[in-house]
Design a protein around this ligand. Sequence first.
Ligand code: NAD
Ligand code: UDP
Length: 313
Amino acid sequence: MLNKRILVTGGAGFIGSHLCKKLLEQAHAVICLDNCFTGSKENVADLMSNPKFEFITHDITIPFSFEVDEIYNLACPASPVHYQYDSVKTMKTNILGVINVLDLACRMGAKVLQASTSEVYGDPKIHPQSEEYWGNVNPIGIRSCYDEGKRGAETLFFDYHRQFGLDIKVIRIFNTYGPHMNINDGRVVSNFIVQAIKGQDITIYGDGNQTRSFCYVEDLIKGMMLMMNTEKGFNGPVNLGNPNEFTVLELAKVVLRLTGSKSKLVFKPLPQDDPKLRRPNIHLAKANLGWEPVVQLEDGLKHAIEYFRKIVD
Ligand code: NAD
Ligand code: UDP
């Protein structure tokens, strides 16, 4: 296999750090660019001594330039708590930042992959969600900076492809979990595990009957890399996620059982526009990438619990 120079924006984040590691294992040279808003150098600490790894502290909303063959664009806070913290910045990251990424790809003739999201389907009226569904997104709500930002980013990717012939790949990631999630990330899997380990109340938003389909990070990384390596002209978007669907209440009970925790379930208000159902249709990924997730929820959760036990005081 040809060794490439690969840029991973958001490479110090949860998914990005696993991706950097895997790319280095395949002997590629990796530039990890991150502003460390939600990611941290600790996530890539074990990669720092590798001479093929370079860490750059930088914000993608400010133009940058590197000689690279491929770009994975992951830079963007992914947890509602963090993307709503500075919603204007989230939009800038998805529009100005993505323009900077695409302009760089054009200058370098690099192939570029966008980490889009199931959030482009909003609170879906079609279930499960397949790629041809255009979604049901509130354009002015508290989640819009992320949902509409990511939709705008997809638009930019496809316009750069049509207008400048750029080689693009777009994946729509569904709820992914695993080691390296920030302890204060705020997403449901890390919240429940940390709460269970600490013996704190498990915070269920709403009645807990809303569903998500949880994909283990190792499965996702395989799918991302397969997508990047598809033939030119196959642009996606392609859903990547685990089609096994659980209610939030079911997830809480599994986490309690696996951690042996005595934490109590407490019910909190459901945030505005919180999607009621989410489950990917992955027929496109199966057919075009030969990909489907193999890690079952309980097995993936055990790895995540082991990770959080080491870092929770
Ligand atoms: P994360 O928050 O752990 O990682 C995002 C990384 O991007 C962090 O390291 C952060 O510091 C960095 N970042 C944010 N804004 C930046 C900016 N302006 N310039 C440079 N770096 C910046 O989240 P994650 O779960 O690893 O998500 C990675 C990507 O995958 C995101 O684009 C997210 O939208 C997408 N995604 C994730 C999921 C999921 O379930 N984890 C689902 C759908 C989409
Ligand atoms: N959620 C919850 N308790 C928490 C965190 C999240 O019940 O402590 C719920 C949240 O309201 C949503 C689901 O879990 O219905 C998934 O939330 P997350 O923030 O992980 O991701 P997203 O909503 O973006 O899918």
